[in-house]
Design a protein around this ligand. Structure first.
Ligand code: NDP
Ligand code: 8X3
Length: 257
């Protein structure tokens, strides 16, 4: 309890799944939270529930990470006390479509690249200088096993997560003299809204992804994130790869009949 008291954490994509679970884990530990996502209603209901349950301070606002202007204004207009951000969780992200690359929709590609790569960069560009100035901070990027291996029809989504992996290393190298910790958390199959989003609300198709498998939960990922941010200040966990026990690699999954 209270391992994150007096710490401020900024989480993107906190309206569902892994981002939401990270917010809850951090709240249990007494952190002050800045929560953002596009679905304002879901976010404000969740923020209110965290305030009541844990007696913490929460700022929440609508933020589409693809919109550079919106990102810049959201961070620059934070009250000064909230600019002392200790932890940034770059979690907002999505997969769209599951097509052979020669049949893929260019609009899906743009949405994934704009969210998973450019969105992460836009947010980091605003928050990292505040950390550099204070010579203190921790960036957690939510990557994926898809950032280590490519699977059939994963093409562009995998490319965005390979990019997240490269950017994690780039941020770590460029801030090596600034006392900043940089971590990538790379999960395999996690049961969230992810597959529903990927298959545009086709629940039957989404459920097939997890057939015969006990997937990870968003809470499993959040507890790994919490572990990283609660290590002593001189300890940087560079990368954690987590998969369900039934998943050996992105495409090699043991499904119980
Ligand atoms: P969810 O769909 O449950 O959550 C995604 C979150 O991202 C939502 O809160 C959504 O909020 C937010 N989001 C999406 N687009 C934007 C945007 N343009 N601007 C701001 N927020 C956005 O899926 P997960 O929790 O599973 O996904 C979280 C991260 O985990 C992603 O980066 C994903 O790639 C990664 N991941 C997921 C895995 C899985 O199997 N589930 C495995 C490995 C990695 P809103 O719609 O309200 O904006
Ligand atoms: C999400 C996991 O395997 O669907 O990053 O790409 S996977």
């Amino acid at each position: 309890m209270n391992q994150l008291k007096n710490k401020i954490a900024f989480i993107t994509g906190a309206s569902s799944g892994i981002g939401k679970a990270c917010a809850e884990e951090f709240a249990k530990e007494g952190a002050s939270l800045i929560l953002s996502a596009r679905r304002r209603n879901q976010l404000s209901e969740f923020s209110e529930s965290l305030k009541k349950k844990y007696g913490i301070e929460v700022l929440s606002f609508k933020l589409d990470v693809r919109n550079l202007d919106e990102v810049n204004k959201s961070v620059s207009s934070l009250p000064d006390v909230w600019k002392k951000i200790d932890i940034l969780v770059n979690n907002a992200g999505l997969a769209k479509g599951y097509d052979k690359i020669y049949e893929g929709k260019t609009s899906d590609w743009e949405e994934m690249i704009d969210t998973n790569v450019k969105g992460l960069l836009f947010v980091t560009r605003q928050i990292l200088p505040l950390m550099v100035e204070r010579m203190e901070g921790h960036i957690i990027n939510i990557g994926s096993t898809a950032g280590h291996e490519v699977y059939p029809n994963g093409n562009v989504y995998c490319a965005t997560k390979f990019a997240v992996n490269a950017l994690t290393q780039g941020i770590r190298i460029d801030t090596i003299d600034k006392n900043i910790r940089v971590t990538t958390i790379d999960p395999g199959m996690v049961l969230t809204e992810f597959s529903n989003v990927r298959f545009s609300g086709n629940t039957e198709r989404a459920n097939k992804v997890y057939e015969g498998v006990k997937p990870l939960s968003a809470e499993d990922i959040a507890s790994a994130v919490l572990f990283c941010v609660t290590r002593p200040p001189h300890v940087n966990i560079s990368e954690i790869i987590l998969t369900p026990t039934q998943q050996a690699s992105v495409a090699y999954v043991h499904r119980k009949k």
